[in-house]
Ligand binder design. Structure first.
Ligand code: ADP
Length: 275
């Protein structure tokens, strides 16, 4: 059978679940081979996107089931109780809290998906990244004080300008600072430092916290992934996924270094190459 015919056959045969099929490459001439390879590459990408989608759907189903089951449990227990009005009030308050958590989780999931896929358009304008850092430090000062954590801001005297989406970059710095405070024991220190680079800016958030296990380090940016050490701390496992999606949409990256005595998250942002 000729190469073109085999591609047509395979394309026709592919049903809803057959994306694992590939067309055999033979030596029938350069053009046919290029077509077959391009077709196989496309199948490879579709297959991996479908697998990723399946994985995300499974995770979402799993992550939503737990809080919904908890909310249902509270309502059921109250209904079986003695009908006391105070108990019903307490139940209503818990249901509202639980629902708010779910609404926020769903909102963040959508924001990650929209940012990752490019559907969410960045609102890009010139900004001084030092201002975003200052605002974040002010915002988190009370939370840090509550936990007796000292926040130190280190920034250059001159503006560090870049083109970016102000609100979204605020979210990145807030998520990283929130984590640094959350995962640092009382009495610790968190340093937020801004550096101007030839190609853009670097934002570094260093803490004297619990650090990240070797086995977790490659997974902490995955949606819903939470390290073993953080199970006792509130969180959804979505903060870093969103931060990375936003930074990548700006053409930048986030890297992490960790030891037993703390972690450093480094955000590199180019000056202009926002999507
Ligand atoms: P969450 O904080 O809600 O669990 P994130 O996506 O923000 O979700 O973080 C994922 C995981 O990465 C956390 O559960 C934690 O295990 C780890 N992590 C993130 N930041 C830090 C940090 N500064 N120190 C130690 N562990 C961290």
């Amino acid at each position: 059978m000729s190469g073109v015919k085999r591609v047509t056959e395979t394309a026709t045969r592919i049903g809803r679940h057959d994306f694992g099929q590939r067309v055999v490459v033979t030596d029938e001439g350069e053009e046919i081979c290029a077509l077959v390879r391009a077709f196989n590459d496309m199948l490879e990408r579709i297959e991996s996107l479908l697998n990723e989608l399946q994985q995300i759907t499974d995770n979402v189903a799993h992550e939503l089931r737990t809080p919904i089951t908890r909310i249902r449990g509270i309502a059921e227990t109250t209904l079986k109780g003695n009908g006391d009005l105070d108990e019903f009030r307490e139940m209503a308050a818990s249901v509202i809290d639980g629902s708010d958590e779910l609404i926020e989780m769903i909102g963040t999931m959508l924001e990650i998906a929209r940012t990752d896929s490019g559907v969410a358009k960045l609102t890009v304008a010139p900004l001084d990244i030092r201002e975003i850092a200052e605002e974040a430090v002010d915002l988190f000062a009370p939370a840090a004080e509550d936990r007796r954590i000292h926040i130190h801001l280190s920034k250059p005297p001159r503006a560090v300008m870049l083109l970016g989406d102000r609100q979204r970059l605020q979210r990145v710095v807030a998520n990283l600072l929130d984590n640094a405070i959350k995962y640092t024991p009382p009495g610790g220190k968190v340093t937020l430092s801004i550096t101007a680079e030839a190609a853009g800016a670097k934002v570094e958030i260093t803490d004297t916290g619990v650090g990240i296990d070797e086995k977790d380090i490659h997974r902490i940016f995955d949606r819903f992934y939470r390290g073993d050490k953080s199970r006792s701390t509130a969180g959804s496992g979505l903060g870093l996924s969103l931060a990375l999606a936003i930074v990548r949409a700006h053409g930048g990256d986030i890297t992490v270094k960790t030891t037993d005595s703390g972690s450093t998250f480094t955000v590199s942002l180019p000056r202009t190459s926002a999507r």
